[in-house]
Design a protein around this ligand. Structure first.
Ligand SMILES: [Zn+2]
Length: 242
């Protein structure tokens, strides 16, 4: 898709601006879905490769790679004696064949320990213990995490249990405040050096091509607040995950 987009836009005599978003990484992070996150990140890396290879050939293209925020902070933890189990646990990702979303109907329909065990084996390549599967079944009626602010989303308990097999833990199911990568290649790349506020990325992109942005009407904080109270935000609010 990235290749097609570039091939189509490069014909423009005035140059082009293209945003390629690996949005499903975020979608998978919200429910703490390790396989979904990892393989969509790999797909994003492939898109980056296409863009960078084009920029290197073209010589006139600025490529900026960044993220608008972190999400759920997945992290590989030390497990076992001298943390010797961590690498093998992390490698279980190689055996995963499904995101939570793709297996959600079967997850909901599974009504016994053995059904859950076989689902995890087939879809995630994991041998999940009968105790853990029983915990998941019990949690449908009485989720022990429901009262915990950071872990009250529907798949939190599942993610915690799978962490016993992958070594990966999560801080929540929400966007986070941590720093994210920003890197660039091509003419203007020096504008993205060091610590960059994400609200400055847009202005740096304009500066790189000496563009002025004047078209959108700017509103004050007071006007925005008034619009919010009138319900006139023009935006619909929905959970974009699950
Ligand atoms: Zn999000």
């Amino acid at each position: 898709m990235s290749r097609l987009a570039i091939e189509s836009l490069r014909k423009s005599p005035n140059g082009f601006a293209l945003q390629i978003e690996g949005a499903r990484v975020d979608h998978a992070a919200h429910p703490n879905d390790l396989a979904g996150l990892f393989y969509d990140q790999v797909a994003f890396e492939e898109a980056v490769k296409v863009a960078v290879e084009f920029a290197l050939r073209d010589g006139e293209t600025l490529v900026v790679i960044t993220s608008d925020h972190g999400n759920a902070n997945p992290g590989l933890n030390g497990v076992g004696r001298e943390y010797g189990l961590s690498t093998g646990m992390f490698e279980t990702i190689k055996g995963m064949r499904s995101s939570y979303q793709a297996m959600s109907n079967e997850l909901r329909a599974a009504s016994s320990v053995t059904e859950l065990q076989s689902l995890f084996k087939v879809k995630l390549g994991l041998e999940v213990s009968s105790e853990h599967c029983q915990q998941l079944l019990d949690a449908r009626n009485n989720n022990p995490l429901r009262g915990l602010t950071l872990y009250s989303f529907p798949t939190a308990h599942l993610a915690m249990i799978l962490g016993s097999y992958t070594g990966v833990g999560w801080t929540s199911g929400a966007h986070t405040s941590d720093h994210t990568i920003v890197t660039a290649i091509g003419p203007g790349a020096e504008l993205f050096h060091g610590l960059v506020k994400n609200t400055d990325v847009f202005h740096h992109l304009l500066a790189a091509r000496d563009l002025r942005f004047t078209r959108n009407r700017q509103i004050t904080r007071e006007e925005a607040e008034r619009m919010r109270q009138d319900g006139d935000t023009g935006a619909t609010v929905e959970q974009h995950w699950l």
